[in-house]
Design a protein around this ligand. Structure first.
Ligand SMILES: Nc1ncnc2c1ncn2[C@@H]1O[C@H](COP(=O)(O)OP(=O)(O)OP(=O)(O)O)[C@@H](O)[C@H]1O
Ligand SMILES: [Mg+2]
Length: 322
């Protein structure tokens, strides 16, 4: 039996209304995630990864705003929720997020335990000893000792803090967990350990996740599906293996060629010339055309429609339209 879809996003656009104009942080994003599936989100800095993540939690801060599209989270239309409804109905218990740079999110004046227990009390009315037991169970899941429960954040290492935050994000057993650069600030050894934890947890809990990182070699390890973003667009999405073995979009191709660990000859490591565009006035046609080594006239003139190529969805004029 095919697995149930837990999240379905259609034509989602989120813009930041600044005095200089509207920053098109995310435009027309569409995808779905099934139970137990991990979606990796990759792309250069500023391409809209965090904007997409915050939109899914209905947590985009002003001047940002969802301007178009739908987010169906297990039957709940997220875009229609008020702030109060979003807090009560979806955040933490249906969808949770480990924020980029999350280590600093722990408040110094409360113990780890006091902070972990908060969502349990708010959503399920669980307090006291029972809450403690659940928190300790989740600390254990991320390989942390129970005694950390009574410590203050400053008594923890960066890696331990990050794991406390991951445990807290999993605590309510949400359908979807978003991890936005969960290990960027950590050294490679701690990073590898946390990634292994996350891989194991995915098997144990069978929840769905969205992984965000610049590091494509990490995404290769943890994702079933991969979405490549450029200048606010999802320009390629499909099975992670298919995209790794045979990237279709010229941008994905370049991004893959720039991964040192997947490259045999380090001398030939490539990079993408130029920088991502200003999203107030993105380039005409395909937003990648000024940097694309395969661009032709049509790319400058016409926004490419999405098309299916060997089971992968690609937004590129190089391929025939469906
Ligand atoms: N509060 C804001 N006001 C105006 N523009 C914003 C705001 N937040 C984000 N943006 C813009 O929206 C675009 C997408 O930003 P976003 O943070 O989603 O990128 P990202 O892919 O998460 O980048 P990174 O990899 O650096 O975390 C960028 O052009 C960014 O400058
Ligand atoms: Mg980000």
């Amino acid at each position: 039996m095919s697995k149930k879809t837990v999240l379905e996003v259609n034509d989602l656009s989120t813009h930041y209304m600044t005095s200089k104009g509207d920053v098109r942080g995310l435009d027309d994003a569409s995808f779905e995630i099934k139970r137990g599936e991990a979606l990796g989100l990759a792309g250069e800095s500023g391409c809209g990864k965090s904007t997409l993540a915050f939109s899914l939690l209905k947590m985009v801060q002003p001047p940002g705003k969802i301007v178009k599209g739908t987010i169906d989270l297990d039957g709940i239309e997220v875009t229609k929720l008020t702030e109060k409804q979003a807090r009560k109905k979806i955040r933490w218990n249906k969808i949770s997020m480990v924020f980029q740079g999350a280590m600093d999110i722990l408040t110094p004046v409360y113990t780890v335990g006091q902070q972990m227990k908060e969502p349990l009390k708010y959503h399920k009315g669980i307090e006291g000893k029972e809450a403690r037991e659940i928190c300790v169970e989740y600390l254990d899941l991320v390989d942390l000792d129970a005694e950390l429960f009574d410590r203050y954040p400053h008594e923890l290492s960066g890696g331990q803090k990050q794991r406390v935050i991951i445990a807290t994000a999993l605590l309510m057993e949400p359908d979807v967990v978003i991890l936005d650069e969960p290990t960027t600030a950590l050294d490679v050894v701690v990073e590898a350990r946390i990634m292994n934890d996350l891989k194991r947890l995915k098997k144990e809990l069978d929840n769905s996740s969205i992984f965000i990182t610049h590091d494509l070699s990490i995404l290769a390890e943890v994702s079933d599906k991969l979405a490549i973003m450029y200048a606010g667009w999802i320009i390629e999405i499909g099975s992670a293996l298919d995209i790794y073995h045979d990237p279709k979009h010229p941008y994905t191709e370049k991004l893959m060629a720039a991964i040192p660990t997947l490259h045999e000859d380090i001398d030939r490591l490539e990079y993408i010339p130029g920088a991502p565009p200003d999203l107030i006035r993105p380039p005409s046609g395909c937003r990648f055309h000024p940097r694309c080594h395969k661009a032709f006239d049509k790319c400058r003139e016409e926004v490419p429609a999405d098309r299916m190529v060997d089971g992968v969805r690609v937004k590129c004029h190089l391929y025939p339209e469906d």
